[in-house]
Design a protein around this ligand. Structure first.
Ligand SMILES: Nc1ncnc2c1ncn2[C@@H]1O[C@H](COP(=O)(O)OP(=O)(O)OP(=O)(O)O)[C@@H](O)[C@H]1O
Ligand SMILES: Cc1ncc(COP(=O)(O)O)c(N)n1
Length: 524
């Protein structure tokens, strides 16, 4: 297996919340191989910066050469540089790349730490702007954006966007505008192209935490890592990195490190067993049934079949006929009623209050989604749910998990309900990233499944199931693990058949009366 190499050029943080150490964690978590060059040694922690010293130019250059002489670099993230000397050293070093082979460069123009301590010599501003001209993308916060554009700090996201447009054109660089400092909820971010158009916008719930130390470092190194995998996909690199960041911020209070503005939880995804390249390496030699990463690998074939279904492809491109979509939504509404019962059964059987709360909340959300489906898209097209019967597929799928629940087999039940989160989130997120556009007929369906709240629920469901697999493995209960594994894979197959049924030969499609815009999400 080969890993794309991502170089971080940054200052240090001994407590690993920001700077070079945090960048290395981010790159590793997202499946890259992290290499680094130190610009400044900073004595800091979650409470502030006590002192720092710049690394001299020769030593900085020697570190950079050590990396370049030994490996191909797939992407570069540049963070704290601090002084004119460091900036000019990095500038000259980058200019030595053959222009046709220069890796993508992400610059986080670090000036002031979250604690308010300065990490930048203001006399270095012109040198920094010259360096930014060599970059692919720059990711200033609102205060850095104001300094770079010589304007007062923005008070609203719209003002920040104006400054971002100005900077993009002036320096001929893509700009990520970040709303973290604005206090608005939801938090908005956007990426602007060098020609001055907004490529992507994101909107996320503001996490109520003071533990946001290192968010800027993490976002920029995550974008660099995504670019290392896919150099041409800057828009997707930004939205994927931002979605990843949200979960790390949401888990910061659980990490609870330090006495001050603590760090985000960079590795939250691997601790709850997300499937990343490192997780796959850990799998080598282990029975794939013993980890969720192994389950996911085992479902690869079925997931590929889902991607190739006519229904899914047309849903993505927006060419799916209304009647097929209406049929699917009718069945989905019926499915959700039963799925909600399964989640309520899981709540009843849950061994802890946290798990009980999670499943109960899911059961409730399903019923809201079922109502919204009915009240919006279907009603507006004159399609009723009450008139129809569940299909054979809907019946078999719901029986599969309800049987486990009614037999009070908690672990099997939660393994069986997991694909409805995980497979849906995976398919929806990819379709949304590849196809969503303002005039897409099913854009709200696509957006719903890549919603960060759905992603957070999916990660929680995975964490709960992973915990029970782990416990069964510790007890040596191979039989239970095998039953959970089978229940999970059977549900993946039902997911495929569920998507496929609107194109079954004998399907009776509803008649759809008129077109009205707007559709609300199906499923959990
Ligand atoms: N409380 C929060 N909840 C959700 N997202 C947040 C929160 N605070 C910051 N973010 C996100 O974190 C990223 C960094 O934003 P911010 O504007 O704070 O940049 P920064 O100042 O460079 O970060 P840092 O705090 O590391 O210096 C952005 O994607 C922003 O949307
Ligand atoms: C070496 C270094 N680089 C960047 C930051 C900014 O991170 P934050 O604004 O979250 O403190 C930092 N504190 N230290």
């Amino acid at each position: 297996m080969t890993f794309p190499v991502v170089l971080t050029i940054a200052g240090t943080d001994p407590t690993s919340g920001a700077g070079l150490q945090a960048d290395c964690k981010t790159i590793t978590t997202l499946g890259g191989y992290a290499v680094s060059a130190i610009t400044a040694v900073v004595a800091q922690n979650t409470q502030g910066v006590s002192t720092f010293e710049q690394v001299d130019a020769q030593l900085l250059c020697a570190q950079l050469d050590s990396v370049r002489n030994d490996t191909h670099i797939n992407a570069i993230k540049i963070g704290m540089l601090g002084s004119t000397t460091a900036i000019e050293t990095v500038h000259s070093w980058i200019e030595e790349f053959d222009p046709s082979c220069q890796p993508p460069i992400v610059i986080d123009p670090v000036m002031v730490a979250t604690s308010g301590d300065s990490l930048f010599d203001p006399r270095a501003l012109d040198a920094l702007k010259n360096l930014i001209k060599l970059a692919t993308v720059v990711t200033p916060n609102t205060s850095e954006l104001a300094t770079l554009t010589a304007q007062p700090e923005a008070n609203t996201f719209a003002e920040a966007i104006e400054q971002g447009l100005h900077l993009a054109k002036e320096l001929d660089v893509h700009v990520v505008v970040k709303g973290g400092h604005l206090g608005e909820n939801p938090v908005q971010d956007a990426i602007i192209s060098s020609s001055g158009t907004i490529i992507e916008r994101t909107s996320h719930t503001r996490v109520p935490t003071h533990r946001t130390h290192g968010t800027g470092c993490a976002l920029s190194s995550a974008i660099a890592t995504k670019l290392a995998f896919q150099p041409a996909g800057l828009g997707a690199a930004f939205t994927e990195a931002r979605a990843w960041l949200q979960h790390t911020i949401a888990q910061a209070d659980a990490l609870a490190f330090g006495k001050g503005n603590g760090p985000i939880h960079h590795t939250a995804h691997i601790t709850d067993e997300a499937v990343t390249a490192p997780a796959r390496i850990l799998l080598a030699g282990r029975d794939p049934r013993q980890t969720l990463a192994g389950w996911w690998e085992a479902s690869t074939r079925v997931r590929a079949q889902i991607d190739e279904l006519r229904f899914v492809m047309e849903l993505g491109t927006g060419t799916l006929p209304d009647e097929r979509f209406a049929y699917y939504l009718q069945q989905d509404a019926l499915y959700l009623r039963e799925y909600s019962k399964a989640l309520a059964l899981a709540a009843d059987l849950a061994p802890t209050l946290t798990e009980q709360r999670f499943w109960m909340q899911g059961a409730h959300t399903c019923l809201i989604a079922e109502r919204q489906l009915h009240d919006s898209w279907l009603v507006s097209r004159g399609v009723e749910v009450e008139d129809i019967e569940p299909s054979a597929i809907t019946r078999a799928y719901t029986r599969h998990f309800l049987n486990a629940g009614r037999a009070r087999r908690y672990e099997e039940l939660i393994a069986a309900v997991l694909p409805c989160y995980w497979v849906y989130q995976d398919v929806g997120d990819r379709l949304n990233r590849e196809h969503n556009r303002v005039d897409h007929p099913y854009r709200n369906w696509l957006a719903a499944y890549s919603d960060p709240r759905f992603e957070t629920s999916t990660l929680s469901a995975r964490a709960i199931v992973a915990h029970h697999v782990e416990r069964a493995a510790m007890r040596g209960d191979e039989g239970l693990i095998a039953r959970m594994y089978d229940a999970f894979l059977a549900s993946c197959e039902y997911e495929r058949d569920f998507f496929d049924q609107a194109y079954a030969a004998d399907v009776v499609l509803p008649s759809v009366s008129r077109e009205v815009d707007g559709l609300v999400a199906a499923n959990a």
